[in-house]
Each structure stands twice: as C-alpha cells, then as structure tokens.
Design a protein around this ligand. Sequence first.
Ligand code: ADP
Ligand code: MG
Length: 225
Amino acid sequence: MNIIEVKNVFRGFNTGSQRVEVLKDNNFTITQGTFNLLMGPSGSGKTTLLNILGTLDIPDKGKVFIESEEITSLSERKKDRLRKSKIGYIFQSVALISNMTAYENIDFFLRISGYNYKERRKRIEECLDFVGLRKRMKHKPIEMSGGEQQRVAIARAFSHKPAIILADEPTAELDTVTGLKVVQLFKDMVKKEGVTIVMCTHDRSIVELADNILEMEDGVILGGR
Ligand code: ADP
Ligand code: MG
C-alpha cells in the first residue's frame, strides 16, 4: 500500500529579485512499512520536500496524499491533528528541551498529543527501552552524549505511534558508529512496529540498509533504486 503519494509537486522561493525553483514536477510513492532514504547533495531540496511531506510547508503546485487523504489543502486545524496523530519528526540538531529530563521531554510531547498520565508513563518507558535509554530517564540533555540525545529525540518522535517518521539528516552530527546505531533503530522500528520512515541524508555508506532510495537530482526525485 502507498502510504505517501506525491503528484506533480513544485516548490520555489523568491530570494531578492531572483526566483529559485527547488522542486520541479515531483512524482513518486512511498510504500507503507518501509525505510526510505532521501538522498541528494546539500541544497538540492531534501528539507524542502520533507517539510511538504510533513505538512509544515505547502507546494506551489501539485498534491500530496497521506493514506489517500490529500493534505496540502487541509485547514490548519486538520493539519495539526494529522501531525499529532500520524507524523513524527526528527531533526538534524536535536530539539530536546534542555531543562527537562528525557522522561519529561517525552511526557510533555505526549501530553500535547492527548495521552493520559497512565498511558504516558507506560509509553515513555516502552520508548526509552526501545532506544536503550531506560536507565537515563531522569537525565537532562546536558548529561547525555549527542548520540544519546538523538536517541531520546527518536523515542519522542515515535512515542505517539505515528504511521510516518520524517528524519532530516538525523545522523549528520553523530560519529559513524553512533550514526549506524540510529539507522539500526530505524530499521527495527520499521520491522517491529510497521512504521514508514523517510530519512534525508547524504551518507552513501548506509544505502544498503534502506528498502528504497529516493534520489534527488535537479529538483526531481528519480525512480526508486
Ligand atoms: P537540502 O535540504 O537538500 O540541503 P533545502 O531544501 O534546504 O536543501 O534547500 C534547497 C534550496 O532552496 C536551497 O538553495 C535553499 O537556499 C533554498 N531555500 C529553502 N528554503 C528557502 C526559503 N524559505 N526561502 C528561500 N530559499 C529557500
Ligand atoms: Mg536539509
């Protein structure tokens, strides 16, 4: 089943007097329960595309479907609901709240998503366990390494059981070994929980680990691998 469908998507930006067309007539689909790498050089439009898939930005032209629902024309309220129920985000620079512990970071997020206390507690323990950081529950970001912080961010992105996880260069600031662990976690999520993951990267060394490669070239995603 296609969980994401992109049809004739264009997006450009005006910078000063110039217009830059970043995405040009993109057409592709993403199969449910797969680990996808969105690859391309810096500045090729990966983040722009990811933001559109995550309803954080809208294309100038074209349509995007998530589970067959057209998302670009949804009202802000419906988009907000979609994000809270179906989408998890992971960014390059870990966006944890610095004065909250690992537990509190996820708790805060789940509260916004409408989980009650008991559900939150169970789910937070489950998710921290999944990323191997249950013992670090009471630690604040500053007390953890970059890799551990990113794993907490992953646990958080994953805690509300989204169907889709969008990760924008999540390993860029990690060393190779830690980066590989993060990728392995993604693969486990796909296998054990059936999540669909789209991860931007320009790290060619992990190409073999993906189910599908979306290659961005001159503003267009070329066909799969
Ligand atoms: P990537 O993530 O592949 O590095 P981006 O999607 O961030 O690429 O950016 C693609 C191009 O679009 C770049 O040239 C960038 O400067 C431009 N761009 C992205 N967002 C904006 C914006 N809001 N305003 C103007 N230009 C933008
Ligand atoms: Mg980017």
